[in-house]
Write a protein that binds this ligand. Structure first.
Ligand code: MRU
Length: 351
């Protein structure tokens, strides 16, 4: 496993690795209130779909801890409000609602629990979500192995590694598994404007794992596909609709179109917790829009003219037709996804 953790429950508090200051500073923040967790998700101290799901689950544990002195009825009501607060902190990744609803369900099936028991129930479920995430990611990596040649060059977008999860990573987990199984791995790392998750975080993780890579600007991927040998594009996801349309970091759609044009396989690494079968297709996926200054400034320094406006959607939706396969912990889904995804989700429930 990795030597750093994106998040950890310690002494009745949630400890987060502050991803805003990596790679130059390794700083941990200790949170004790659910409101702080919601803010840390919003401001991207913690980020990546599985990591924010797990952080939100621990946020529910903090909410229960904060209010143990209330009556059980009041505590239950407070937890409903805490759930809404956490779910609203970022809209695109379904993992947030998935994790928080899982906690609420646990509380509901224990109607006679007192406040101390409620806290223990919530904490136990949050730990379970975190542990499952690591197992899931390792299995996604193993499930992808048969799809990869021995000498394999990837293009990877955003950050999907240990930082974006509880540990190990999803798409970066695939790269990591290939490396651990003796494949000759090379990675082109999209820098991933505007928050630079690729240049700052993925490069940092790959360096520590000893996996060779080069950072490229997002606009270079088509050129690289045409002029170098690229075997696969691997990306993570924030929400996959029933038909396979996939929301992921802005720029993923462009990458998928370029991969399609060059006949390069385009793989999505998807824990089943990120699959939202309630949405028929990607049109219904809410896309987060973040502030203009993420584009007009870099580290506080303004690069655009004063008063220049910017439009900053944080995610895009890649149509299923551009996706070669969706790799989950329960197996690999191929088109038609509206048939393969529901059966893998069902299989994962017994997993
Ligand atoms: O805005 P971010 O950094 O939270 O976006 C993260 C991504 O888009 C990841 O690709 C996705 O969450 C999958 S992480 C395993």
């Amino acid at each position: 496993m990795t030597t750093y953790r994106s998040l950890e429950w310690r002494d009745n508090s949630l400890v987060l690795l502050d991803q805003r200051v990596l790679p130059h500073n390794v700083r941990y923040l200790t949170l004790t209130r659910v409101e702080e967790v919601a803010e840390a998700i919003r401001n991207m101290t913690v980020r990546g779909a599985p990591a924010i799901g797990s952080a939100a689950a621990y946020g529910m544990a903090l909410a229960a801890l904060q209010n143990r002195v209330l009556s059980t009825q009041k505590l239950r009501h407070f937890l409903e409000q805490a759930a809404d607060l956490l779910k609203a902190s970022r809209p695109t990744a379904v993992n947030l609602a998935w994790a928080v609803d899982r906690i609420l369900d646990r509380i509901k099936i224990n109607p006679t629990a007192d406040t101390e028991e409620i806290f223990q129930i919530v904490l136990r479920e949050a730990h379970r979500i975190a542990e499952e995430d690591v197992r899931t990611n390792r299995q996604i990596g193993l499930n992808a192995l048969p799809l990869l040649p021995h000498k394999v060059t990837f293009i990877h977008h955003c950050n999907t590694g240990a930082l974006a999860t509880v540990d190990y990573g999803t798409a970066l987990g695939i790269i990591r598994t290939a490396h651990e199984h003796g494949h000759e791995v090379f990675v082109y790392v999209d820098e991933t404007r505007p928050r630079l998750q690729g240049a700052r975080l993925t490069a940092w993780e790959l360096q520590q794992l000893g996996i060779p890579f080069q950072i490229i600007v997002d606009g270079a991927s088509g050129f690289i596909m045409r002029t170098r040998k690229v075997d696969a594009v691997v990306v993570g996801c924030d929400r996959v609709a029933r038909n396979g349309d996939t929301a992921n970091k802005i720029g993923t759609y462009n990458l998928a179109i370029a991969a399609h044009a060059h006949g390069i396989p385009f793989y999505v690494a998807a824990p089943t917790s990120t699959i939202d079968l309630s949405l028929p297709n990607g049109e219904a996926i809410p896309i987060e829009e973040r502030t203009e200054d993420e584009i007009t400034t870099i580290e506080g320094f303004r690069i655009a003219p004063e008063n220049a406006s910017a439009y900053n959607p944080a995610f895009d939706v890649t149509p299923a037709s551009y996706i070669t396969a969706i790799i989950t912990e329960a197996g690999v889904a191929y088109p038609p996804y509206d048939e393969s995804l529901p059966s893998l989700v069902e299989l994962a429930q017994q997993w």
